[in-house]
Design a protein around this ligand. Structure first.
Ligand SMILES: [Zn+2]
Length: 420
């Protein structure tokens, strides 16, 4: 049973005044100034980080880099876990301190294979390079906020854990976050998580887009197109199943989609193939719809197989069987932030204070994992502007990074609480 996200009525009533109070504090002003003045250092970090390869399952060098930065700036209990997720605490945890921490994270991985040319360049305020925005900018935001807090006199009431996590992109399948929220010591230590991903300061994620990905394979004995004619053809069986899948009606709300992205199979035009495979992507903002769609996918595959003549299903024909497999190759839980969640109230109040007209967003991000466990979380941008993510032309415009960092700092301090 997922835990219920607590709604804190007091916060519902006070946020805007509370944000104004925090923003007016002298120490917070000093931190804003620090964030402004350090921009050139942030650019150096961002380019240095973006040039370190970090394909899915190959983030080790970036983890090392972040461990060094966390250590240099004096974070406490700096360490990496067995997957390469990196952690640093704002201050030592007292033995009696059992209050959940506020977490702030950014993913370290990229979509780029290890041999990609990651060279970056700078033109005016714009940085270019693969991964420069998604998510070197996010990691830099985590570092920037940690540095600003370390050098300031701000005393957050609740301790903060800064995280650089692995495995967000594609086949990484949120493995970094999944590990953090499923094993000791972080499993139940984080009460609220702010995920920083990509550029911009005008949205926040309220719905974790769920996805399930499958590889469907039909196998048969195969043979010669002329002499073995009549043997069931795996490509045809697969095509039948996929054509039926295409007939399924999915709701517009909650939005639910499916896609056959890749098909493979066969060896030559005059051979009955031995196998045929399709990769299928199912998505929904609702876990129920996602399960329903998966059920349908399984039934169309089974139906196509059921139409194979019995001797081929039992293996009595030529001793060679026709079989199928449905392998799950990706699984991201759908999840939703309740409207009265504290983190949502905080972000909205911060945006009102800063005059940002932000919009809620549906996305598949690291926040899916805590959200699916009933732990409040959202994903916001690092400020600035960016584009061409997941391509070699990716760019990040640093001009308005300031605003994004202010927004993150204010949100973090509203979550931790802070006294004069
Ligand atoms: Zn990202």
């Amino acid at each position: 049973m997922p835990r219920r996200i607590p709604s804190i009525d007091a916060v519902l009533a006070i946020p805007l005044q509370e944000i104004s109070r925090i923003a007016a504090m002298r120490a917070v002003h000093a931190a804003f100034l620090f964030l402004h003045n350090q921009e050139m250092e942030f650019r150096r970090w961002q380019r240095e980080l973006a040039e370190i390869p970090a394909p899915p399952f190959g983030e080790a060098a970036r983890s090392e880099w972040l461990l060094r930065r966390f250590t240099e700036m004096g974070l406490k209990s700096v360490h990496a876990d067995e997957l390469g997720n990196v952690f640093g605490l704002l201050r030592d945890r007292r033995p009696d301190e059992d209050q959940p921490l506020i977490g702030m994270s950014a993913h370290l991985d990229t979509v780029f294979p290890p041999d990609t040319n990651l060279e970056s360049r700078e033109e005016g305020n714009t940085l270019f390079g693969p991964g420069i925005s998604d998510n070197a900018a996010g990691v830099v935001a985590v570092l920037a906020i940690a540095a600003a807090l370390k050098q300031s006199d701000i005393q957050p009431t609740t301790n903060v854990v800064f995280v650089g996590n692995v495995g967000e992109e594609g086949e990484g399948n949120l493995r970094g976050m999944r590990h953090i929220f499923s094993s000791a010591p972080w499993k139940s230590a984080i009460g609220s998580l702010l995920v920083i991903d990509g550029a911009g300061a005008d949205s926040y994620v309220t719905h974790g887009l769920g996805s399930r990905r499958f590889e469907i394979t039909f196998r048969g004995p195969g043979g010669h197109s002329w002499s073995d004619f009549g043997i069931p053809n795996p490509i045809v069986l697969l095509a039948r199943a996929l054509a039926r899948l295409d007939d399924v009606l999915v709701p517009e709300l909650p939005r639910t989609t499916f896609n056959v992205g890749v098909i493979r199979g066969g060896t030559s035009v005059n051979s009955i193939p031995e196998s045929a495979t399709a990769s299928v992507d199912l998505r929904s903002t609702s876990m129920d719809e996602l399960r329903r769609l998966e059920g349908f996918l399984r039934s169309v595959v089974t139906e196509a197989w059921n139409e194979v003549p019995l001797p081929y299903r039992t293996g009595k024909a030529n001793g060679s069987k026709v079989t199928f497999t449905i392998e799950c190759i990706g699984d991201r839980p759908a999840s939703e932030l309740p409207d009265d969640a504290r983190i949502l109230q905080v972000i909205r109040a911060v945006d009102a204070h800063l005059g940002i007209k932000s919009v809620p967003r549906v996305a598949s991000t690291d926040a899916n994992i805590p959200l699916s466990l009933g732990i409040e979380a959202t994903t916001i941008g690092t400020g600035g502007d960016g584009g061409a993510a997941h391509t070699l032309r990716e760019w990040f415009d640093c001009a308005n990074r300031d605003l994004g960092l202010k927004r993150i700092l204010l949100a973090l301090l509203a979550l931790t609480g802070v006294n004069e």
